[in-house]
Design a protein around this ligand. Structure first.
Ligand code: ZN
Ligand code: ZN
Length: 107
């Protein structure tokens, strides 16, 4: 029997593999990256939440896109396979980290 859960809307508590921060369930949205170090994990293939990727590599936040109208977008790159994913910033993400990432390029 296949015991893997199959759902698109993923909203579950998780421990960050990068910094060990315990990330609680995010109400009204789904969290796909750590609120403290902003690292994500490569578990989705094409659709966010599809959990179809077998890569499981850590995804490093490499850039912040501030040009969108829907707020900041985090751009993650998988350390293992190099895949790029875009993710919306959550409202309890560490804002200092986001600012640091956003300003890094202009230094
Ligand atoms: Zn973390
Ligand atoms: Zn990957």
């Amino acid at each position: 029997m296949n015991q893997r859960k199959n759902f698109i809307l993923v909203n579950e508590e998780f421990i960050c593999e990068k910094c060990n921060e315990k990330n609680p369930v995010l109400k009204g949205s789904c969290r796909n990256h750590c609120r403290k170090c902003l690292f994500s994990k490569h578990v989705d293939d094409e659709v966010p939440g599809d959990r179809k990727s077998s890569c499981n590599g850590l995804m490093e936040p490499i850039e912040v896109d501030k040009t969108g109208k829907k707020g900041y977008i985090l751009i993650h790159k998988c350390i293992k396979c190099g895949k790029i994913m875009k993710n919306k910033v959550a409202n309890d993400d560490d804002f200092d980290q986001i600012v640091r990432l956003a300003t890094r390029k202009q230094l």
